[in-house]
Design a protein around this ligand. Structure first.
Ligand SMILES: *[C@@H]1O[C@H](CO)[C@@H](O)[C@H](O)[C@H]1NC(C)=O
Ligand SMILES: *[C@@H]1O[C@H](CO)[C@@H](O)[C@H](O)[C@H]1NC(C)=O
Length: 295
């Protein structure tokens, strides 16, 4: 009898300890989960998503202070950025238009292709990736090019370029007529195959105005969908305190001033194929180029 009572009271005393032990284990699991989550988060280096693939955005615009990059170039008042920033819109180009543009890219790029994972086609200069080099599409294929591209293709490209130009002008409070298309302006096709030359290394952080002095405003039109058509391949603005991503979506346009205020990179594509067009603008008429024409 006595023994039984002693046992019972000990069991009762054990109760808070067991509870504490359980609470301790739970907090360990929570802390572990949090640690691995923050490690994962650091690993892909992303702290904020500016534009999700599934969202349809009208007019997102974020102003950022301009860098001094523009000072080392000739200024064009009413055009050279005084207001800098970045915008995303799904309301300028429709998904159907993006699909049509993508088919132009597919047709053109099917004629060539880099040995590495990143191929480009520049309709202006005719530059097309082929193996470890570039060829001139117009020279290489001559009259046959008329079987590959049509006048309608070029008209659509022109129309899309114009609407993006207007959207940029509106966002930055400048006149669309003060902007000139500049080079390079090109289609890109990226898959997960490793780089064979430095031309294939698209993932390094860079500043467009440093890479191409003539750029003042850069735009990207996405022609395929993140997580549907490819994995990886998100666009990332790299700010001092955080990385901000744009998830590609067919018909989505992202645009930004080209200076160091918009240091960025593209993540490596992990699977599938990512298509996009880079369309760039300058304020300097001497660096302007005309729309591509069927030669
Ligand atoms: C941004 O991402 C890169 C890798 O892409 C990483 O090295 C860097 O630490 C990240 N920055 C922040 C603030 O998380
Ligand atoms: C990626 O594209 C290249 C052509 O540019 C092709 O040779 C390669 O097989 C493709 N890789 C994958 C994984 O599809």
């Amino acid at each position: 009898m006595h023994v039984g009572v002693a046992k019972k009271s000990r069991a009762r005393q054990d109760w808070p300890w067991r509870w504490l032990k359980a609470a301790f284990l739970v907090s360990l699991v929570v802390a572990g989960g949090f640690l691995s989550w923050s490690c994962l988060r650091n690993e892909d280096g992303v702290t904020e998503v500016l534009a999700r693939r599934g969202d349809s955005l009208r007019d997102t615009f974020i102003e950022v202070p301009c860098s001094e990059d523009y000072d080392s170039h000739k200024r064009f008042e009413g055009c050279t950025p005084r207001k800098c920033g970045r915008g995303v819109t799904d309301a300028v180009i429709t998904r159907e238009e993006a699909e049509r543009i993508r088919r132009i890219a597919e047709r053109g790029l099917s004629l060539g292709g880099s040995d590495g994972g990143a191929s480009i086609l520049d309709l202006h200069s005719g530059a097309l990736s082929l193996g470890k080099h570039f060829v001139n599409l117009y020279r290489y294929f001559g009259d046959k090019i008329q079987d590959i591209f049509t006048e309608e293709d070029f008209a659509l490209y022109r129309d899309v370029r114009q609407r993006i130009q207007q959207r940029i002008a509106q966002a930055f409070g400048i006149s669309a007529a003060s902007l000139y298309l500049t080079k390079p302006t090109f289609f890109s096709r990226i898959n997960s195959t490793g780089a064979k030359t430095t031309h294939d290394e698209y993932w390094h952080p860079h500043v467009d105005k440093v890479t191409y002095g003539s750029f003042d405003y850069t735009s990207l039109l996405y022609l395929s969908d993140y997580t549907e058509d490819f994995g990886g391949g998100r666009f990332v603005f790299m700010d001092a305190g955080s990385n901000k991503t744009i998830e590609p979506r067919a018909g989505r346009v992202s645009f930004f001033t080209s200076g160091s205020e918009n240091l960025h990179r593209v993540e490596k594509v992990q699977w599938g194929t990512r298509y996009a067009v880079t369309i760039s603008f300058t304020c300097n008429p001497d660096h302007g180029i005309g729309d591509p024409v069927l030669k």
